[in-house]
Design a protein. Structure first.
Length: 493
């Protein structure tokens, strides 16, 4: 092993196991009024019955329990988090400071517009910047995540095509696509048709020409695609679709490779979403709030969700009177705190800074690719953009799979990369370092990955049984997801 990078030192009991009857974590002053019976005062239906087995612990036990648990987490604040496709970049603390400014953190969605002008201005400014970055004409900030943005975009495409008198039924999806793309198309009521990739890992234009008939509403494409390769023929792709009256939906989750360098609006996108929680550095993961703003070209603007923000003589206003709008996609005004952080990030960087971040993201991925190409199989030889994809072909000869290598990486002190995605690469290792990592951190990661490659040759059984330094070894991930055990007494059937 290269160097011990253990962040996990303390074992911890379940909070139920710390319980002892009668312990409490609070202290109230003695009553100076007669005690009342809660059932009499509130009514039986409002009073909870005591919970059998509810843990009884002191304040310090609660604090220590959760603090210890928090030290088990691997987090971007601890080290490189190379999950491909997820853009786990460091989130600058400045964004947090801005999001906590009093007038922002205490804002209420029912605040009258006249008292929310600053908040409206934040949204309007962010819309304008995102439109500029994407090369598009208008933006809605409301969708709560990338997949939600996809759905919003496809609903707009449906409304637009209906308004043209040509509702269509098929959405084309390259075989390298992120799983949310076909899922979104199905939820939006479309049939999906898969477009194969060519040997270079890009959309096969001949196959696209064949598939793009007048039943096709749109193609959903990620660029750079999920194998980390820029779709060089994207303008031709857009052209093939537009000739058939179909639209180009760009999944902008990989904008970390493009910001300040290339704009989807310039290479033919009609609709796209951005993942603020990826590209624009807002905390991400664990199912927390994200934001998936959707940007459109002018021909789709009237279909954007309500409310829109309108500039008027007296200030900014929410405009609900949009007869062609697909309607509301979210309660209130989106995940506002995420929007604030993204705007802070954009303003702190400025145009040059954002462009530098992109260049560094691509440089870092290329550095890792170069560092690992002697030890791991590279399925595609095109230049890497912001992420690089290897396969486990060499290690599979020793009976070691991508999932085993990923688990072994935990023993070496790193969060695993993305395993077995994209699906078109058998045994994929998908690595995305992002721009926020130093050369030293990248070198340590490369060294760990190379050490694992040597371990595979010397002792494949060790790698197959990893992780060996963690509290639990391998869990049944399917069972854990389907039948989570949430209390100490529960046992899965
Ligand atoms: C992350 C991602 C999505 C989905 O975004 P969420 O915000 O997780 O819903 C879609 N497409 C690609 C390529 C992604 O990487």
């Amino acid at each position: 092993m290269t160097r011990v990078r253990q962040h996990q030192t303390q074992d911890e009991l379940l909070v139920f196991e710390r319980s002892s009857p009668g312990k409490v974590g609070y202290q109230l002053p003695a009553l100076d009024v007669p005690a009342a019976d809660p059932v009499e005062v509130l009514g039986k239906e409002r009073v909870r019955e005591s919970i059998d087995g509810f843990p009884e612990v002191s304040e310090v036990e609660v604090v220590r329990h959760f603090t210890r648990l928090s030290t088990w987490n691997y987090a971007i604040d601890l080290g490189l988090y190379p999950l491909g496709s997820c853009t786990m970049k460091y989130n600058p603390r400045l964004n947090e400071a801005v999001a906590r400014i009093e007038g922002i953190v205490d804002a209420h969605p029912y605040q009258p517009e006249s008292m929310a002008q600053g908040l409206l201005r934040i949204q309007r400014t962010l819309e304008t910047y995102l439109a500029d970055i994407a090369g598009m004409d208008a933006v809605t900030l409301q969708p709560a995540a990338g997949a939600h943005g996809e759905l919003t975009g496809l609903l707009m495409i449906r409304s637009y095509l209906e308004s043209q008198g040509s509702p269509r039924r098929v959405v084309l999806i390259p075989d390298s696509a992120h799983g949310t793309n076909p899922a979104t198309a199905a939820i939006a009521g479309y049939e999906t048709r898969e477009i194969p990739s060519n040997r270079e890992g890009m959309i096969d234009l001949a196959a696209l020409r064949l598939a793009a008939d007048d039943s096709v509403a749109a193609l959903m494409v990620t660029n750079p695609n999920t194998v980390g390769i820029f779709e060089r023929d994207i303008a031709a792709v857009a052209d093939i679709l537009h000739r058939q009256g179909a639209l180009l939906y760009v999944d902008g989750a990989n904008m970390n490779a493009l910001v300040g360098i290339a704009r989807p609006g310039d290479f033919g996108a009609d609709v796209m979403h951005l993942n603020l929680h990826k590209t624009f550095s807002t905390p991400h993961g664990g199912g927390g709030p994200g934001a998936g703003p959707v940007a459109v070209k002018a021909h789709l603007e009237s279909f954007l969700p309500v409310p829109r923000i309108r500039e008027e003589a007296g200030g900014l206003r929410y405009d609900w009177d949009r007869p062609k709008s697909i309607g509301r996609v979210r309660a209130f005004y989106g995940n506002f705190g995420v929007l604030v952080r993204a705007l802070a990030y954009i303003l702190a960087h400025g145009g040059d800074g954002l462009r530098n971040a992109t260049v560094d993201a691509v440089l870092n991925a290329s550095y890792i690719r170069r560092g690992l190409e002697d030890d791991y199989d590279l399925p595609y030889n095109a230049p890497s953009m912001h992420e690089c994809i290897f396969s486990d072909a060499r290690q599979a000869k020793y009976g070691v799979k991508t999932g085993d290598i990923a688990k072994r990486l935990i023993d070496h002190g790193f969060h695993p990369y993305t395993v077995s995605f994209p699906l078109i690469v058998r045994g994929a290792l998908m690595i995305e370092p992002t721009e926020t990592e130093s050369k030293q951190e990248l070198d340590e990661f490369i060294e760990a990955m190379r050490a694992i490659a040597r371990e595979v040759e010397a002792d494949p059984r060790l790698v197959r049984s990893a992780p060996v330094t963690t509290r639990t070894n391998r869990v049944d991930e399917t069972l854990a997801a389907r039948k989570p055990v949430l209390t100490w007494r529960g046992t899965p059937e």
